[in-house]
Design a protein around this ligand. Structure first.
Ligand code: ADP
Ligand code: MG
Length: 460
């Protein structure tokens, strides 16, 4: 393993981070980052400012260490951060735009101007980069129609489909296209979660009218992952009024969801009927031809030369989820570059076999569950497994027990042992408690699904 080439190593690591972090986090915290040096198995990562150092340490340290350890074949075991840019001085701190669940605690700042970067759009999520196949043809056509004539074609446009199939890509492509056609158009692009957080925050700060203004002065409102509005009554109420206000004025509304409006639990009937007023269109699993085209296009995007046979091999053997296909390609590119391999069919086969023979389930072990849960809640493993019974520690501890039970099917006594030698009745109680919480608390469900995503997607 050639770890002398720190640039390539970091590039490979960034490829993995890109798939697991939101675009906002990725570009905000890892912008201009690089490996400054590697000495005695400690990699020093240079980042733009103290703010990034703080965030990375707090929220993303584990995945960085794990990824570098893996890519360096175990040579790197620790990571420290420094504020230095590759070609110059540390940057002035500019307050970052906050868009992701992990960063909820910070106050969201609204973009003042309307450009792809202030809207936090991924520059790659354009129509040009979207591969059209039978699974998404209709969704693509509807999205283009709306982008080219906002407010008139279909309003609202409701896109739905399983995770990783291109909803966010398409909704952002609309925003890109609208801005290209007319840069003066006002666009608000938010995740449902962000809408909720901003709404709640505006109430807390007594700035509800400011919130209303922002959302009502827009020409287009794009809301990603609306299913998370389930169970949030006040937010639904607010969204209902925002929706009506915009819709009556022919302002375009675009919504994505992982399911049909009717299938969103506790979604008020009046909202679900509003969502059905325009066009509802689904995105399906891509067939093999579409998968091949997507692989081809992702490799081109990354300037990675690959032959047709290898492409066909990947398309046949990878699952249909496009995000996972991208993950596999990133891994392939990293392995090829680090080990100086040409991507022949044989090489591809070998690397992907490794990738696929460790389906995510198997890479999860008790240690990882405990570590990831602790990191997710910003506490130490020792605190998680320790005796202190403060609220900040008890809940994460119970979540960890729940995950050990549900993700690994461990017995109650074994779980007790893993979590600091606790009695099996404590574990049973914890699992019941979390189950109850999940059945009635949408926020808890969301949190757990974010945590699980991190558990399974962040590399080990
Ligand atoms: P979703 O929002 O539905 O969970 P995303 O839009 O985030 O899915 O897509 C997951 C990844 O797959 C993204 O990197 C996206 O660019 C890519 N992707 C999805 N569909 C396509 C497509 N048709 N062509 C090219 N890339 C795609
Ligand atoms: Mg999405």
């Amino acid at each position: 393993m050639d770890i002398q080439n720190t640039d390539k190593l970091w590039q490979a690591a960034m490829g993995e981070f890109e798939v697991v972090l939101s675009k906002a986090s990725y570009s905000t915290w890892l912008k201009n980052s690089y490996i400054k040096d590697i000495a005695d198995s400690v990699a020093t990562v240079g980042v733009a400012n103290d703010y990034s150092v703080g965030w990375l340490k707090k929220h993303f340290h584990g995945p960085i260490v794990d990824t570098l350890a893996k890519l360096s074949g175990g040579v790197i075991t620790e990571v420290v951060y420094t504020t230095s840019r590759k070609n110059g001085e540390p940057e002035q701190i500019d307050f970052p735009l906050i868009h992701n669940a992990v960063e909820k605690s910070a106050t969201p700042i609204k973009p003042k101007t309307n450009t792809p970067s202030t809207l936090n759009l991924n520059p790659k999520y354009t129509f040009e980069n979207f591969v059209v196949g039978s699974s998404n043809r209709l969704a693509h056509a509807a999205a283009e129609a709306v982008a080219n004539d906002p407010g008139h074609a279909y309003n609202p446009l409701f896109l739905y489909g399983d995770v990783g199939l291109g909803k966010t890509h398409l909704i952002q492509a609309i925003a890109h296209r609208v801005l290209t056609n007319d840069p003066t158009k006002k666009i608000v692009y938010v995740s449902c979660e962000q809408f909720t957080n901003e709404f709640v925050e505006s109430l807390r700060q007594g700035k509800a009218s400011q919130f209303k203004t922002i959302y009502r002065e827009t020409d287009l409102l794009l809301v990603d992952d609306i299913q998370f509005i389930a169970g949030k009554e006040a937010t639904q109420e607010e969204f209902f009024h925002t929706f009506n206000y915009l819709h009556q004025r022919d302002r375009q509304i675009i919504i994505t969801s992982d399911r049909l409006p009717k299938a969103i639990p506790t979604l008020e009937a009046r909202l679900s009927s509003r969502f059905e007023m325009g066009m509802i269109v689904d995105i399906n699993l891509p067939d093999i031809e579409t998968r091949m085209a997507i692989i081809q296009s992702k490799c081109e995007e990354k300037k990675f030369a690959i032959d047709d046979k290898s492409v066909a091999y990947i398309a046949q053997h990878m699952p249909n989820n496009i995000r996972e296909i991208e993950g596999a390609i990133n891994r392939l590119i990293a392995d090829c570059q680090l080990n100086h391999l040409e991507p022949s069919e044989e090489v591809v086969k070998k690397i992907l076999e490794k990738f696929m023979s460790q389906p995510s389930q198997k890479t999860v072990n008790a240690g990882r569950i405990i570590k990831t849960t602790a990191a997710y809640y910003n506490i130490d493993v020792d605190q998680l497994t320790g005796d202190k019974r403060t609220k900040e520690l008890v809940y994460p501890r119970q979540v960890a027990m729940y995950l050990l039970r549900h993700e690994m099917s461990l017995s109650f006594p074994v779980i007790g042992k893993e979590i600091g030698g606790r009695d099996h009745t404590t574990v049973m109680h914890a699992c019941e408690k979390i189950e109850k919480e999940l059945s009635k608390n949408e926020q808890a469900r969301e949190e757990l699904s974010n945590l699980k995503e991190r558990l399974y997607t962040t590399s080990n």
